[in-house]
Write a protein that binds this ligand. Structure first.
Ligand SMILES: Nc1nc2c(ncn2[C@@H]2O[C@H](COP(=O)(O)OP(=O)(O)OP(=O)(O)O)[C@@H](O)[C@H]2O)c(=O)[nH]1
Length: 412
């Protein structure tokens, strides 16, 4: 054993996921975090949809202004204006209400963009039918094109293509109806020009939506890669490179976590035994000196595997540094802890390690202490360290348990 093990400063706060016990805790924390973040994400997505809907409807407000102008210059009757504006306002309010009440979430496209384009465009089509010539129809027609642009940011290019086809068909229907019911309002050369320009603009918007979709999927891929990289970084920050066990940093975090947990238990009146143990490989320097550092490294890896195989899911086992390890055994009274640590010691002693035909004897000493309710974790660690010291002094390859303390008055 090296110099006496001093309790580490338990002040750092990093994400300490690395062992099954830690992972179990991380999973619970992650589940709660995921639930909260899913709710938050939904709220923010709904807010974004509402803002986008409002922005889209400013286009329809501008269209309404244009229809007012057409009424003012005598191109449209006041009754038609009243019907158009009522339909438009009712549709806008209905969409906003649907988003507010969350009813939009039942739709395949919760943004309702397709309907927010097709319905007002249908009302505009009805106005177009009442206008006298192509010159008066053109501004209203192109105002709708701007509305279509909003869809390009949300819809897939295929959906956009269908919307564009529907809008061109709307206008084709206007020309058809005019030809049937009011042919005197059609000048074919102007009408053809307008129709071609309108259809070509729609096609260009579909192309823009294709480009935007490409950008969107690149962004999704980059986000995914970033997420994976940050997970990998988190892993590197908390795992010991040699043994794959939680590293020193993760050990601090685990102890920090146990400190808050025991504090919460005392506050909540629940007193579940927590055992903290320190493990130190015996005469490790000798192994290094006799067999080389490679064998020493191999021994540490094998010890990590052997101990993990013995421990329960909820137990934590981390490499504090060199040949020193920390264990936390939650909800474990002293007799169970002693049995478990004895199995750990036995598992290490049974490791079959050879070098050039020579057997490498491995053993470890363990010191443990049962956390007393209200006791500071640092104090429990100091008691475990004293027990480890005792195990070393008594001849190594053994487990020593610190005497249990009476419950402390106050949690630290
Ligand atoms: N191979 C290898 N050796 C390491 C590693 N980390 C620390 N060591 C060695 O571990 C040895 C620890 O030696 P000591 O602190 O004297 O303890 P010990 O020889 O185990 O003696 P006791 O603990 O008293 O039984 C030192 O020689 C370190 O160089 C490592 O990652 N790999």
């Amino acid at each position: 054993m090296g110099s006496s093990w001093a309790p580490p400063p338990l002040t750092q706060s990093i994400d300490w996921a690395a062992d099954t016990h830690v992972q179990a805790h991380v999973r619970t924390r992650t589940r709660t975090r995921t639930r909260v973040s899913t709710n938050n994400q939904q709220v923010s997505e709904q807010g974004m949809r509402m803002r986008r809907m409002l922005l889209g409807h400013t286009v329809y407000a501008a269209t309404l202004g244009l229809v007012c102008c057409l009424t003012w210059i005598g191109e449209l009757s006041p009754q038609s204006l009243a019907i158009y504006s009522t339909l438009l306002i009712a549709t806008t309010l209905s969409f906003m209400l649907m988003i507010r009440l969350g009813w939009n979430l039942r739709f395949k496209d919760p943004s309702l963009t397709t309907w927010a384009i097709l319905l007002p465009s249908l009302y505009a089509t009805w106005v177009l039918f009442q206008l006298d010539d192509a010159v008066h129809r053109a501004p209203l027609l192109f105002m709708g094109v701007v509305g279509l642009l909003f869809g390009a940011f949300v819809n897939r290019p295929k959906t956009m293509a269908w919307i564009a086809v529907a809008l061109v068909l709307y206008y084709a229907a206007v020309i058809g109806a005019l030809q049937l019911f009011a042919p005197q309002r059609i000048t074919w050369s102007e009408e053809l020009l307008l129709f071609v320009a309108y259809a070509a603009t729609q096609a260009q918007i579909v192309l823009v939506s294709l480009y935007i979709a490409g950008l969107r999927s690149r962004l999704v891929r980059k986000n995914k890669a970033l997420k994976e990289a940050s997970q990998r970084l988190e892993e590197l920050a908390t795992r010991d490179a040699l043994t794959g066990l939680p590293n020193r940093r993760a050990c601090f975090e685990q102890l920090d976590h146990e400190r808050s947990r025991t504090k919460a238990m005392v506050t909540g009146g629940a007193c579940k035994s927590l055992c903290i143990a320190l493990l130190d490989v015996d005469h490790f320097k000798r192994i290094n000196d006799c067999f080389g550092h490679g064998v020493g490294d191999d021994a540490l890896i094998q010890i990590g595997r052997a101990v993990r195989a013995v421990l329960r899911k909820q137990d934590f086992f981390g490499r504090y540094g060199g040949e020193e390890f920390v264990l936390t055994l939650p909800m474990t009274p002293s007799d169970t802890a002693l049995d478990l640590l004895e199995s750990v010691r036995h598992a290490i002693a049974m490791i079959d390690l050879e070098h050039n035909g020579q057997i490498v004897d491995l053993s470890a000493s363990l010191g443990a202490a049962i956390h007393a309710p209200g006791e500071a974790i640092e104090k429990t660690l100091t008691r475990a360290d004293a027990a480890l010291y005792e195990a070393k002094n008594l001849g190594r390859n053994r487990v020593c348990l610190a005497p249990e303390l009476r419950p402390h008055a106050q949690a630290v």
